[in-house]
Design a protein around this ligand. Sequence first.
Ligand SMILES: [Zn+2]
Length: 339
Amino acid sequence: MEKSNIKLDWPLVGNKSIIEFLAKSLANNKVAGSYIFAGPDNLGKTTVANFFAQSLVCLARNKQGTPCGQCSSCKQIDKGIYGDIYLINRDKDKKNISIEQIRDFIRALSLSSFLNSYKIGIIKHAEDLSLEAVSALLKTLEEPKIKVVIILITSCLEALPATIISRSQILKFHPLSSDVIYDYLIKYHQTTRSVAKNFSKLCLGRPALAIKFLEDKDFFENYKKKVEAFLNFADVNINKRLAVIEGLVGKEVKGQESARLAIRSIEVWQGLARDLLFLSFGQDDLIQHQMFIEELQLMRNKINIQSLFKLVDLLKQAKEFIKANVSPKLALGQIVINM
Ligand SMILES: [Zn+2]
């Protein structure tokens, strides 16, 4: 379990009704015992959860529900030494959040807090709670404690059991239009128009992803590597394609981590295949990878529409294979051999 890391200065773009709802519950002292923040990744769910947690423990939050940033609680949170906000996540190489993790989490939340303030537990990837972990958590949700708040964050609400859903306040986060993200990048991140255009399209409505592309060079380079691998497949022989795959799933990584790496590559390629279809049908403004438009056009000229449809099927199939525990390398190999 790690201490939650909170940033105060990151405004949430879009999903205003959620902020309004949470601010109102704070103002009226009507805070639920458990919340589910649901919606696709990279919409700011974790940011809002952290911000809400800080508001709950801040000693001087304002009427809009915003933490002061100055009191002893806020200062401790800034330093990462605040003791009453807990975050759990799935371990990198594991498929599930384990019962042991949830037991530690519940134990921590049941101890009384230092200043009689709120204790907050945040669970990321709640869709990956193991069955035993869910039933342990359910007991806690059934007997809510005063001043204990649990926030479950998930990209897949349907994967949570009805018993958990029915006991929680559900807040659904939605993707934004690329225009909203374009304006946001220019206004709050001072990007050029061309960067704003490229990244607002690339992130598919997910502002936190646009920021990650903008600020995390390694992350962006990694993404580009997947794109370039795909764009080069038409020009190289099968042996070279297989060597590229080896590089993408990583020789060292094993198990669930390698499966996740492979699925991430497939999802990038699915976006590129969709772009090639948009190009074929003259829908250029819908293209996600605007920054690779020239390369996409070149590739589009090399493959016919039947092969393109076949590629779409291959990608979908490979994803299902990996979810059914087929070796990631084998599943990716099937794509590049048959494309
Ligand atoms: Zn404060």
